[in-house]
Design a protein around this ligand. Structure first.
Ligand SMILES: [Zn+2]
Length: 154
């Protein structure tokens, strides 16, 4: 039925592939949601997707505890080059290599800017067990909010 002259000159990506890419790109990723609900169940209040305007960077942490000044990022293994799953040699390295290096450089710049502004940064890999990641975040928030770290009574 379809005449070949109707097809675009450049073939679109296969449906399977574009569905994968959409899933990877979606901001509210599954591990992030799971961790948020664990934090919520633990009675922690947080904000999401707040862009901070800092000296040298404008990071947008995935989860933000504004009072304790703790910024949490849930990093995807591929996009942020996790040491265990980050490198996939052969997967168009010439195209992805520089992109991923820029991502990592941006991550480190964000960490520095946040710390310089008095924030505690917690980075969680998407491959980490959700409950362990949540426990780590909660411990960090509680330590940061502890009376002796700020010198103020609770
Ligand atoms: Zn990983």
């Amino acid at each position: 039925m379809t005449r070949s002259s109707d097809l675009p000159a450049t073939a679109p990506p296969t449906p399977g592939r574009s569905r994968n890419m959409a899933a990877i790109k979606r901001r509210d990723t599954k591990p992030e949601r799971a961790i948020r609900s664990l934090l919520h169940a633990a009675g922690k209040r947080y904000r999401v997707d707040v862009r901070l305007d800092l000296e040298g960077a404008r990071p947008r942490p995935d989860i933000l505890f504004t009072r304790a000044k703790v910024a949490v990022f849930v990093d995807g293994c591929f996009w942020h080059c996790c040491p265990e799953h980050g490198r996939q040699p052969g997967v168009n390295a010439g195209y992805w290599g520089p992109k991923l290096e820029r991502n990592v450089a941006r991550d480190r710049a964000a960490d520095e800017a946040l710390r310089a502004a008095g924030w505690t940064v917690v980075r969680v890999w998407e491959h980490e067990p959700r409950d362990e990641a949540a426990a780590r975040i909660i411990a960090t928030v509680e330590a940061a909010a502890a009376p002796d770290s700020s010198g103020k009574p609770k």
